[in-house]
Design a protein around this ligand. Structure first.
Ligand code: SF4
Length: 519
């Protein structure tokens, strides 16, 4: 048992639903108790789909458990086939149905339906949503893809995009456009938008692009082995990685590595003098593994940030993420426990958090700016406008989205210079972020007591209970430190004083600690 309040991923059958819902002409019969239809809302509300997911639930109740739940399942399969006439069907069990062991695969096969029926066995108590999506897609590809002649023109398959994926819809458009510009056609995009019959012609492509490796890599490895299709290794996230990706794709297609960068503004925006103040900003990156590693590269190489934390919630990606963290000389945070993550973020003292929906909450509590880069996400991160994360337009989007929550350079300067001014006092916070300032803001946990009224803009860990106390002079001196690094200055000084057994922190201690930590 584990006490859990927030989970980063749903159960694996939600991953299977993401694959089924992303596709056309595929139906999912899910053996599940009454109430499991809640998952429909993820698609109809967060993704705002205009149709119900193609899922039939058996919705058994307590009274059914004493009778014959396998008949319920068989009937549901038949009814789903009759009503929807899909090209193929997947069948499986949710967590509760897994316990009653009705064997959906065997039962469905015995029905002798005239379409491929694919069993997806998802161990709900060991695995999670992303793994469920990967396994479902792999089983579909394994069953439906067959050898076929390669297309005349160089082509590839874009694999891994699903329903409810973070910006998957627009990433597919962006990457297809870039590949097309180089003369590489997209043979099949899957699962998103594909039909089972499209999976049958996957083998016609010259190579595969696992756009979201956590979901597509297992299927791509199978395609490499069985249909002799190579696959790309670079995820085109950020301007640099997009260039690497295009060069790799050109190599696999036997074409010259030449592409247009018209419309790519991010490198110049990041190099322009107005971005100088971004250099060395401390950033903590957390999310789905491959996304976090990709974002870390962009943060360091393309934005000039300092990476002070890196982590992911999916253990499957831990190895790659550990290697990346090691390169940056930081300790990786691999956890699906948001409290553990919150402690790691607090200890690292970042000025910007890049994460998912949960990190937005953590950031709000700690008074740190935050941008969303990864699932899990809420409605506002499935936007109406075109906003890819990948490719050159994706790089533009990343620049805008990551910079927006930060205090602008001039404002940072004003807030520091005129801290006694009615307009720029500490609690006012950056003007463009109502949630980061204002006297009405809740007194967040860890708010810096040196500023009154307390506001998240001055947030930071309070003095350690029972630690050395601050003299009035020292408190006043601390207030001269810009608010966005003040919490860190306070923490460092207290640690310095505690190590030396000092009873009180005076102005001298503050400067001695500063000199000590600057060494
Ligand atoms: S079967 Fe699984 S997903 Fe459904 S309600 Fe129970 S625990 Fe939740």
């Amino acid at each position: 048992m584990k006490l859990a309040l927030w989970t980063y991923e749903g159960p694996p059958h939600v991953g299977a639903m993401r694959v089924a819902t992303g596709m056309e002409g595929l139906h999912y019969v899910l053996h599940a108790p009454q109430g499991d239809t809640y998952a429909d809302l993820l698609f109809t509300m967060i993704e705002r789909r205009g149709a119900r997911p193609p899922v039939t639930y058996t919705t058994f109740q307590a009274q059914d458990l004493g009778a014959d739940t396998s008949t319920l399942f068989r009937d549901a399969c038949l009814a789903a086939y009759e009503r929807f006439r899909p090209e193929a069907m997947i069948v499986g069990a949710s967590c509760t149905a897994e316990l009653i062991q009705d064997d959906p695969g065997g039962l469905a096969e015995a029905l002798g339906l005239p379409i491929p029926v694919i069993a997806v066995d998802l161990p709900s108590y060991q695995r999670k949503e992303t793994w469920g999506a990967s396994e479902t897609f792999y089983q579909l590809v394994r069953r439906l893809a067959v050898p076929c002649p390669r297309t005349e023109r160089p082509s590839c398959n874009l694999l891994g995009a699903t329903a409810l994926g973070f910006r998957h819809r627009d990433d597919v458009v962006e990457i297809s456009r870039l590949l097309d510009g180089m003369g590489i056609a997209v043979n099949v995009v899957a699962p998103l938008g594909a039909r089972p019959s499209d999976l049958a012609r996957l083998g016609a492509a010259w190579f595969n692009v696992p756009l979201y490796p956590e979901i597509a890599e297992t299927a791509c490895r199978w395609l490499a082995r069985e249909l002799d299709q190579p696959m790309t290794a670079t995820v085109p996230y950020g301007a640099g990685a997009t260039r690497d990706f295009l060069a790799e794709a050109a190599g696999l297609a036997g074409l010259p590595a030449a592409w247009s960068e018209a419309g790519l503004r991010q490198p110049w925006w990041a190099a322009s003098v107005d971005s100088t103040y971004l250099t060395g900003k401390r950033v903590f990156v957390f999310g789905e593994g491959v996304r976090a590693v990709s974002a870390a590269r962009v943060a360091v190489e393309e934005m000039g940030f300092d990476l002070v934390g890196l982590g992911c919630w999916n253990r499957e990606a831990a190895r790659g993420l550990r290697a990346c963290a090691r390169l940056h000389g930081i300790e990786p945070t691999i956890t699906d426990d948001y409290l553990e993550l919150e402690a790691a973020i607090e200890a690292a003292g970042p000025e910007l958090i890049l994460g998912g929906q949960m990190e937005r909450h953590v950031a709000k509590r700690l008074g740190i700016p935050c941008a969303v880069i990864s699932a899990p996400f809420h409605v506002q991160d499935h936007p109406a406008r075109y906003s890819p994360q990948m490719g050159f337009e994706g790089a533009n989007v990343l620049f805008d989205a990551w910079i927006h929550p930060l205090v602008m350079g001039l404002e940072e300067h004003l807030l520091t210079m005129f801290r006694d001014d009615f307009e720029f006092h500490d609690a006012a916070g950056p003007s463009h972020l109502a949630t980061h300032g204002g006297p009405q803001a809740p007194a967040d946990r860890g708010a810096d007591p040196t500023s009154a009224p307390a506001g998240p803009a001055s947030a930071g860990p309070a003095a350690a209970v029972g630690g050395p106390g601050w003299t009035e002079d020292a408190e006043r001196e601390l207030r001269k430190v810009p608010f966005f690094v003040r919490a860190r200055a306070r923490r460092n000084t207290e640690a310095y004083a505690a190590e030396r057994g000092l009873a009180a922190i005076g102005v001298d201690t503050l400067y001695e600690a500063k000199a000590h930590h600057a060494r």
